[in-house]
Ligand binder design. Sequence first.
Ligand code: MN
Length: 491
Amino acid sequence: MNLKDYEFWFVVGSQYLYGPEVLETVAKRAQEMADTLNASGNLPCKVIYKVTAKTNAEISDVIREANYDTKCAGIITWCHTFSPSKMWINGLSHLQKAWCHFATQYNREIPNDEIDMDFMNLNQAAHGDREHGFIGARLRAPRKIIAGFWQDSDVQQRLGHWMRSAAGAEFSKSLKVMRFGDNMREVAVTEGDKVEVQTKLGWQVNTWPVGKLVEIMNSVTDSEVDALMKEYESLYEIATDNIEAIRYQAREEIAMKKMLDREGCCAFSNTFQDLYGMRQLPGIATQHLLASGYGYGAEGDWKVSAMTAIIKFMTQGLKGGSAFMEDYTYHLVPGSEYSLGAHMLEVCPSVAAGKPRIEVHPLGIGDREDPARLVFEGHEGKAVAVSLVDMGGRLRLICQDIECVRPIMPMPNLPVARVMWKALPDLKRGIECWILAGGAHHTVLSYDADAEMIKDWARIMDIEFVHIGKDTTPESLEKDLFLSDLAWKLK
Ligand code: MN
């Protein structure tokens, strides 16, 4: 499914106390609000008005339906009138989809002359929202609360932003990751508990033999390779005479895509230590698959692969780009302090500032032929770096705000794609915070997601979330991590 195919159900709370006329008005307005929200252009997914719920049974029914409907990614609740919250307990206790409590009201203004007790009975969102909020807090239910006038663009955009996280949660629950080979020997951070991950996040992480991939590669026809070469030529500048190396990458890409699609996998990992029967480590093959929306992690890093796929899914339609990334080296010149990120090949061209060049260079490790890869600079802009780590007994998702710049030097002898950034709050404290939290060297770097989107996703998945931003200090973070550690042990 694509992001835009997901639906969100608008469930309006009320009760029989006010008589049928009030309930008819509420239902009519709720439909109008859904229509207006859908026409606003600010939501990536559709809102469907479902019911003005007056009883425990109506609420339980709509939540049961929502749980079983594969297109429904969440419910949006709102209280035009007062909706006694004991009616919500049975339903909300069984809710398996994301929940947004939309604290809005139909009218923007208090009408000075018109307001009387009839008006107050019909328009009491402020009253109803507090009762509704209490039960969410009492049930310890993970929920997003968005307050503001429903016609305001910024409010609609926040709702749309949350929809991306909620749809990302649904995508996560059915995500399959294909592993070619194990993770790199002796590396700790790319390890993880696949059973825990499937339980919490839904990911099915399984392995397939590289030999199977080689068999499929050998069956790829020349005309299939020709067609993909045409696509490469239209998107990228060919800056090598070694066309055969590019054609070999095209063959790898076609075979990997066939295997991924056959198994319904949207993410994959491989490792330079296990390329049995392959002549090149996949470079442009992986980069072009990433640009098509597949997740990828190098050195067998299936966690970052899955996170890349999820973040790409959540940010569909946005233009900044998201890439598998690795922190490599620092520029520690006072006043001009940056991190340089790259990978030995596999950075996604969605983050490129210009037209990527296809180049062929030797690879220092892996003992294979020189692989063709895309070389480019990342563009400037605000972004986040995201890392999921396994803390043993629980998962921690770390998100750091960063500011990317065009690389401040050309680095003519660096034969890979590169991105340069400043981590917040500043390079040194940013590094200290990241290391304190245990963030990996592999990350998802996204210009389209932000900390709120990632946090909302983590809240829906019920995993620990750590944000490093402009106000974070190593001291405050250390205390937060200590308390968080205690809290998650008790949970
Ligand atoms: Mn790596």
